[in-house]
Design a protein around this ligand. Structure first.
Ligand SMILES: O=C(O)CCC(=O)C(=O)O
Length: 316
């Protein structure tokens, strides 16, 4: 992160990193997404499609303990995004060493979307009476710069898979609001149309492959889509290692072969970070989860067999 980028991030609360992804990576991510849209019910909802999750909910009761639906299940470049060489130096500068991935999701907007700009976050500690998280986020979305270091509670990397002009819609924020001292006026928080968006809001253009990096402490949201085509955006959200936004966390064993660094980034929150002490505890917990899932499967199969034989004997 160079001095100009540090200046702009501190000033505005976001920067755009051009060409964070190669065109091959964009195509690979797009292909996997389009395949999912083809087969999933979520993809058939043309109005507003979201894949992955903010990791606070289980999609169904069979979800593995600790983890919610995640784009990491899609494999390929979605795994590479965990620890991307073009992005890692920014995360280390903004969050410190040993940062962790907290949650991930993908959002699609197009002519069928009915999206309202709802500015959330903003101010030291964010939260607030009308914030999306609730009356308080526990001070999670903080921003500070002290003694030559950035401190952020939650930093988002938003990767665009298509070109997005500011006239069409897309990411928007109130620049500088990560340091604001007064609440955002309520009447500027929500806009159902672009005409209603207040002039203090920056609408940010980005091209396919660009990454918008922003602190969640900056008041931000999504401008109602009024363009042609589609916006398809991947969000990977990171915290310092001792901090969590979501109530769930990842089990690195669920996503195939990962590098040591990728596994470290998927660690649950702790003051230790990716440390041998916590790694040993976590390894035990992962093994127990694997055993739990095996037993669940076994019981499920047994029940199915019993129901089958009960059905057969009732027939005869
Ligand atoms: O659409 C966007 O880029 C904003 C997403 C957003 O509101 C969020 O990440 O909390």
């Amino acid at each position: 992160m160079n001095d100009q980028e540090k200046f702009l991030f501190d000033l505005r609360g976001y920067i755009v990193v051009e060409n964070a992804l190669t065109s091959t990576q964009v195509s690979e991510l797009s292909d996997r997404l389009e395949e999912r849209r083809r087969i999933s019910t979520a993809g058939k909802d043309k109005k507003h499609s979201i894949f992955g999750s903010d990791r606070t909910v289980f999609a169904n009761e069979d979800d593995a303990a600790w983890t919610s639906p995640s784009l990491l299940e899609w494999g390929g470049t979605y795994i590479d995004l965990i620890d991307l060489p073009t992005i890692a130096p920014y995360l280390e500068t903004l969050l410190g060493v040993g940062y962790r991935l907290d949650h991930d999701y993908l959002k699609i907007e197009n002519a069928d979307s009915q999206h309202t700009l709802y500015l959330h976050g903003g101010g030291q500690g964010a939260g607030g009476a009308r914030d999306i998280v609730g009356p308080t986020d526990g001070g999670q979305c903080f921003y500070r710069y002290n003694n030559g270091k950035f401190y952020n509670g939650l930093v988002t990397i938003a990767f665009e898979l298509s070109d997005v002009s500011s006239e069409s819609g897309g990411f928007a924020c109130v620049p500088g609001s990560h340091k604001m001292n007064f609440a955002l006026p309520e009447e500027w928080r929500i806009s159902k149309t672009q005409a209603g968006v207040h002039e203090c809001v920056d609408r940010v253009s980005a091209n396919a492959g660009d990454a918008i990096i922003f602190t969640e402490a900056c008041a931000h949201g999504t401008v109602p889509w009024e363009g042609g085509g589609e916006r398809r955006t991947i969000f990977y959200k990171y915290c310092p290692h001792a901090v969590a936004w979501g109530a769930c966390f990842y089990n690195a064993d669920n996503y195939g072969d990962l590098t040591e660094n990728q596994r470290a980034i998927l660690m649950p929150p702790s003051a230790y970070g990716p440390h041998p002490h916590t790694a040993a505890i976590w390894k035990r917990a992962q093994e127990e989860q694997t055993e739990l899932n095996r037993l669940r499967k076994e019981v499920g199969e047994l029940r199915a067999q019993q129901e089958d034989s009960f059905g057969n004997s009732a027939d005869s």
